[in-house]
Design a protein around this ligand. Structure first.
Ligand SMILES: CC(C)(COP(=O)(O)OP(=O)(O)OC[C@H]1O[C@@H](n2cnc3c(N)ncnc32)[C@H](O)[C@@H]1OP(=O)(O)O)[C@@H](O)C(=O)NCCC(=O)NCCS
Length: 183
């Protein structure tokens, strides 16, 4: 088994560059501003609470570097940061990964995730150990639900009151899955 779980660190696909930047203050400022200006929608990505400060954002990225079972790529086009896609959970023991993504408000509506998702899936299914990919999203996250459905994920269940937003709202979640044997 690959000790890095998924070894790809940079990818050019569909006119985008996917890479994992080191956790710098500059990156934290850019990401914080994107999330801070769109807090409600971004809660779909960070249901426990969107970053409250640049310092918190910086620590989030710093922590990622020591979390081997998480691998999120920044998405760039012409050096502009548009969003992220990658693995929010990698579990080689069970043989499954979970894919997560976000796109900044000004870049949405262009199908970027629909274009990039197959490339991310390939990274996972190319690993011998990976037999399942999951996507979890809020039942009210229409864009994410459409992306999962369009890309051949099966809705395996809706888990009621599966998370709680900082405003106290109890949230139901869709669990989508795709098996290697489905493709
Ligand atoms: C989810 C997200 C990444 C999708 O952005 P995107 O890749 O630009 O996706 P698009 O805007 O192209 O939308 C994808 C599909 O959903 C549809 N859609 C988007 N918003 C919709 C809405 N409010 N109602 C109905 N359909 C909607 C689009 O028409 C498109 O459908 P199509 O493929 O049939 O054309 C983006 O909305 C986002 O960052 N949201 C906040 C963070 C988040 O929710 N992350 C995912 C957590 S699971």
């Amino acid at each position: 088994m690959n000790p890095d779980f998924i070894s790809t660190t940079e990818l050019n696909a569909e006119g985008f560059t996917l890479k994992i930047l080191p956790p710098t203050f500059k990156l934290a400022v850019e990401v914080f501003n994107i999330f801070d200006s769109d807090r409600e929608k971004m809660t779909f990505f960070l249901p426990d609470g969107v970053f409250e400060s640049i310092e918190e954002t910086y620590m989030h990225y710093k922590k990622r570097t020591i979390t081997p079972n998480r691998k999120m790529f920044q998405i760039f086009q012409d050096d502009e940061l548009l969003g992220e896609i990658g693995f929010s959970m990698i579990n080689p023991r069970i043989g499954k990964v979970e894919i997560a993504f976000w796109i900044k408000k000004s870049a949405r509506g262009n199908g970027i995730i629909n274009k990039l998702l197959p490339h991310i899936e390939k990274m996972a299914f190319d690993c011998d150990w990976c037999h399942k990919i999951q996507i979890h999203c809020d039942t009210e996250n229409t864009a994410s639900r459409k992306i999962a459905e369009k890309n051949g994920y099966k809705l395996e269940g809706i888990i009621r009151q599966d998370s709680k937003w900082p405003n106290g709202s109890l949230r139901d979640k869709c669990y989508f899955g795709k098996l290697k044997s489905d493709i």
